[in-house]
Design a protein around this ligand. Sequence first.
Ligand code: PLP
Length: 487
Amino acid sequence: MSDESIKEETLDPSDWSESRATGQRMLSDAFDDLENIRSRPAWKRISLEAKAALHEAPPRNPQSLNSVYEDYRTNIEPYALGNRHPRFWGWVIGSGTAIGMLGDMLASAMNTNSGGFEQSSAYVEEHLIGWFKELFGFPAEASGLLVSSGSAANLTSLIVARDAIVPSVVGEGLAAIERRPVMYASEEVHNSVEKAVGIIGLGRSALRRIRTKDDFTMDVEALKEAIAADKAAGLHPVCAIGTAGTVATGAIDDLDAIADVCRDNDMWFHVDGAFGAMAALSDSLRPRVKGMERADSLAFDLHKWLYVNFDAACVLVRNPDAQLRSFSIPVSYLSALPGGVAHGPRTYGEMGIDLSRGFRALKAWMSIKAYGFDKYARMVDQNVAQARYLASLVSAHDNLELVAPVPLNIVCFRYVRAGLSAGQLDDLNERILVRLQEDGLAVPSGVRVRGKFALRVANVNHRSRRDDFAALVADSARIGNELALVT
Ligand SMILES: Cc1ncc(COP(=O)(O)O)c(C=O)c1O
């Protein structure tokens, strides 16, 4: 029996054609923003008005979508991080593409929970991961999972590593273990690895930070010594992490040598290839990441050097059973059925932390199909060539110097001037960096390399041109000269 007096509501638009028109305007504006991004400052400080507008009391009553969108246009969109801009090279933050934007929109339009089952998104993810397995030389039976970030990919990998080498942890926890598990990475390792080692319960001090050589790659002899010393002390070496492209300078560890050490010591070999794994796209760079194909697990981002829109990363695990051991807990309410929805390639909740998850694979699958891997290879080569070009301009400049080699796409440099102390130079370079950003000229980030503060350009930007790097050099030197006069 229906009760006519009950007024049922929905969140669907009351006027579909008006909503559609607003949506079309949003999409058109987003394309305009991307098309004209070069004419904007690389970064703009958030205005006081915009900050104030974002302190509204929780709204109880509806506002029109048009007015909400005006709020976005005025107070939100203009104050983005800047990574769409051709002169943004800070941290390692990819620039995204129009296709990635559309992929995100379509994924949201489908609004599927991409946790598995018999649905297209599960097959797209499996298919995409198959392409990555081929790209990185992993066996076809390896497993994989899209995750939110390189940090999540490292964490997922180290959980699997811990459980593969010390399986009792899965059921009994760490308290039941006699020998403390320890892991190894170079002192240049990204802090997400240290964070992961802490999160998985080993304690951050269980990450042994192995010294690096002059080229910032791990000293593998020191790794062997550290493992021997830990074994002698009654500890349990379980995993070594090689980095393909360190965050500070882009150094690529000798992955083959680390793989050998892991094999000889019954240890798990994990590679953090957050951005550097993508060197495998390029015929000329691929030999540099040799050994990566021997990893037990590999973490890499799609939102860095594959230019996919945020967020998307991936983990590959050579032995699928190892991944299942860590994450699979059979329960009736998620069991596969002989047909219907609960049937399909796999449930991704058995492969990682998330059960419910968005359809991240779509934007990556669409992008790779639309561009083709050869185009990505050329973009990666272009970014490396641009980094070398920037390095050559820096080297040729009287007031600039490189503070690290440039093996890949990262350039660390600083302003120098005779007569200034080490502390004054650090301070001056910090101020140059802030001025570059605040004047909207360019966004490098900062880093300390062997104690010296430097400007750091991580080039994962497909919009940059050689002129942009020439401008960075000119602006850095000009600002340096101006500030040095008052130092
Ligand atoms: C080498 C390396 N590993 C891991 C990460 C963390 O990746 P994400 O920022 O996607 O969490 C980064 C980020 O720059 C990185 O450079």
